[in-house]
Design a protein around this ligand. Structure first.
Ligand code: ZN
Length: 339
């Protein structure tokens, strides 16, 4: 979590929503998936529990004007008039966005946009960071030589190891990172792996037929790269081009027009100059990071800020109203990536 996120969360706890309401600006907020119950939060980090998600949806409905993405350009022409506008988004493309989240959002009549990592919709392959964490927590104790990584010692504290491995993978170029994860998966006992994937069904991706169902219910479909890896300085120009172009092609072949992009991970060091340029050149109209701020930061429409909703968010109303406090940091970041 960013320092801004921590401060805003602390403030949100003490400030009554009505007091910060006038500070609001149009904002984008995101969730990933929603589950009826969590078995192991170390591995199911991306999912809200259903009751918490219902509370979030109710909060958004009661306190904000949640609008479809198609309204964003008009909102940004006059952000002061639309200070309560919120654009709700979901990243990755988990099956539970159809089987659980969509019903909640329909009940509250909240429009939303779903950003898909299309390789995972094409193949059903689970997200690489989930697979790496699955290996760290469920492989037998021992020392493992994994390609492109330092020797992986699973005799110690696995929480520490899991976090370290994730950062090591995110610093590699995509091909090497993928080889490392493929190697981890290959070294899990196949029967055990099948059992684990069933147990953690929350990580299952949508199929294209399921995406079509969401589309027919009014969900806007955007791209979240092809494979779920960061578009950072470790990636080659060729990789960034594929990560930007291929998901658009796949979505347009299967679903229809794909106008918006959201960067995997999407934080400060997950996106670099060539990444947003590749996204621009691929023909998207706009793209979203996960930097905290408000949408009237229009210096670069391929680096819009977006706020990730915490698993439980009782202070969400105050938090969204305070997001503009992150704008100076977003602005500095956009300037660093200008070109
Ligand atoms: Zn993602």
């Amino acid at each position: 979590m960013s320092r801004f996120g921590q401060i805003a969360r602390e403030l949100g706890r003490y400030i009554p929503p009505a007091a910060v309401r006038p500070l609001g600006r149009p904002a984008a907020v995101l969730f990933h998936g929603v589950e009826r119950a969590t078995i192991d939060p170390r591995l199911q980090q991306n999912h809200h529990e259903l009751d918490d998600f219902v509370a979030i949806a109710r909060n958004l409905k009661e306190n904000f004007d949640v609008l479809p993405l198609s309204a964003m350009d008009d909102v940004l022409k006059d952000p002061d008039r639309h200070s309560r506008a919120v654009f709700l988004m979901s990243d990755d493309g988990y099956a539970n966005t159809l089987t659980v989240a969509a019903d909640v959002l329909d009940d509250f009549k909240l429009p939303w946009t779903l950003f898909l990592s299309t390789h995972h919709i094409d193949t059903g392959e689970r997200a690489p960071i989930f697979l790496a964490r699955l290996f760290v927590y469920h492989a037998p104790a021992g020392r493992y030589a994994i390609p492109h990584l330092p020797v992986l010692d699973l005799n110690g504290d696995r929480d520490v190891t899991a976090d370290r491995v994730v950062w090591q993978l995110r610093a590699l170029d995509m091909e090497k990172a993928q080889q490392a994860v493929d190697n981890m998966v290959a070294r899990l006992d196949p029967k055990k792996l099948v059992g684990l994937l069933e147990e953690f069904d929350s990580e299952r991706f949508l199929t294209w037929d399921q995406v079509r169902k969401l589309k027919s219910r009014g969900v806007e479909i955007g791209a979240h790269a092809h494979r779920h890896w960061p578009m950072n300085a470790a990636q080659s120009a060729a990789t960034l081009k594929i990560q930007a172009e291929l998901p658009k092609q796949r979505i347009e072949a299967e679903i229809g027009p794909c106008r918006a992009f959201a960067y995997p991970f999407g934080n400060k060091d997950d996106i670099f100059r060539e990444a947003w340029q590749a996204v621009r050149d691929a023909g998207y109209e706009k793209a979203f990071s996960t930097m905290s701020g408000t949408l009237d930061m229009v210096a670069n429409r391929f680096l819009f800020p977006r706020y990730g909703i915490e698993p439980q968010a009782p202070h969400l109303t105050a938090l969204i109203s305070l997001l503009r406090a992150g704008n100076p940091r977003v602005s500095r970041w956009q300037q660093q990536l200008a070109g």
